[in-house]
Design a protein around this ligand. Structure first.
Ligand code: FES
Length: 58
């Protein structure tokens, strides 16, 4: 399961996610998700957006 680590550095927030081999996650790029940093489908209300799919293939 993905492990999330949030860090604050200088005036920006960073999210570091560690995923396991074979794991696949969808990251929000529209900033509308209620489950950040993950996509929850809220991008459907924002034309032209969608998640970033990260796939740690075996
Ligand atoms: S909810 Fe933001 S990309 Fe899906």
């Amino acid at each position: 399961m993905a492990e999330i680590k949030n860090e604050e550095a200088k005036d920006k927030a960073f999210v570091e996610i560690t995923i396991q081999p074979g794991e696949k996650i969808a990251l929000c790029r529209c900033f509308k998700s209620a489950n950040m940093p993950y996509c929850d489908g809220a991008h459907k209300e924002v034309p032209g957006t969608g998640p970033a799919i990260v796939d740690a293939k075996l």
